[in-house]
Design a protein around this ligand. Structure first.
Ligand code: MG
Length: 272
């Protein structure tokens, strides 16, 4: 398992060199701004990644409109679940897939939202249909579509993947998100959807302690994720993808936490 770091397309032209300077050979690139995803930007990203010797494992694509990361406004604002923004966001994510194709990337990843737990919910079938449309578009670009874990339970995610029924679907496991959203223990989640995991965010955090707000994200090794057990389970599943460190703060402390997280993971991988 190679280590990586999560960066943004909007971090500027030196972002790939910065990934290499931090000591990583892989990264995921996030972008929420569709207007930034031009053919020229794709050419520049490809050239700078090649020059730095960095492998980009996925484009983490956001979509327009407000996303609110809590339990009250989240279900009506995140991803492809809210019907009012669904068509606009589908088109934006298809554009993200096209951009990833121009860069030559093997997958795109996104949060699809609070997928209904009940398969009889009136929104479940339309959500499956829009995801099938998006994943089919990725397939024509020779890509996989990866679900970022978070807003849904592991069994709902597995059911959704099975109901979409395409063979280019995978999961970007964010173990902290399963805790932050109170949706499951990330190690146990691998018993449910483990064979679908194609990417992993190395992120840590705590369970929520009230019914409205997510649990708190923490620096790697300081939260509730049992990384020794998680890495051991990923290894038995034959996972050979990247461990991409994601620290959702900014500034000098983010860099310090990423460096400490890298040392933490290197120690665990060496012990194993
Ligand atoms: Mg994540």
């Amino acid at each position: 398992m190679q280590l990586g770091v999560f960066v943004s397309l909007e971090d500027g032209p030196r972002v790939m060199a910065h990934v290499r300077e931090l000591g990583f050979a892989t990264c995921q690139v996030g972008c929420w701004n569709t207007a930034r995803m031009t053919q020229e930007a794709a050419r520049e990203l490809r050239q700078s990644a090649d020059a730095a010797g960095v492998e980009i494992t996925t484009l983490w694509a956001g979509a327009p409109g407000a996303y609110v990361w809590n339990f009250i406004d989240g279900p009506r604002s995140i991803g492809l679940v809210p019907p009012g923004t669904r068509t606009q966001r589908l088109e934006a994510l298809k554009h993200g897939s096209d951009f990833a194709c121009w860069v030559g990337l093997p997958s795109i990843t996104t949060h699809v939202g609070f997928i209904p737990e009940n398969p009889d919910d009136a929104q479940y079938a339309p959500v499956v249909a829009v995801l099938r449309d998006l994943a089919a578009h990725c397939q024509t670009n020779g890509q996989q579509f990866w679900f970022e874990t978070g807003q849904e339970t592991p069994i709902t995610l597995l059911r959704t993947i099975q109901d979409i029924g395409l063979d280019n679907l995978g999961i970007n496991l964010d173990p902290a998100n399963l805790l932050l959203y109170g949706k499951g223990n990330p190690v146990d989640a691998l018993d449910v959807f483990g064979p679908y995991v194609r990417g992993v965010h190395a992120k840590d955090g705590e369970y929520p302690t009230n019914g409205r707000e997510l649990g708190q994200e923490k620096p790697l090794g300081q939260g509730r994720v049992n990384f020794p057990a998680l890495l051991a389970r990923l290894r038995t599943l034959g996972y050979a993808g990247a461990l991409t460190i994601e620290r959702e703060i900014s500034g000098d402390q983010q860099i310090a936490d990423i460096q400490a997280g890298k040392a933490f993971l290197e120690r665990l991988l060496a012990e194993a």
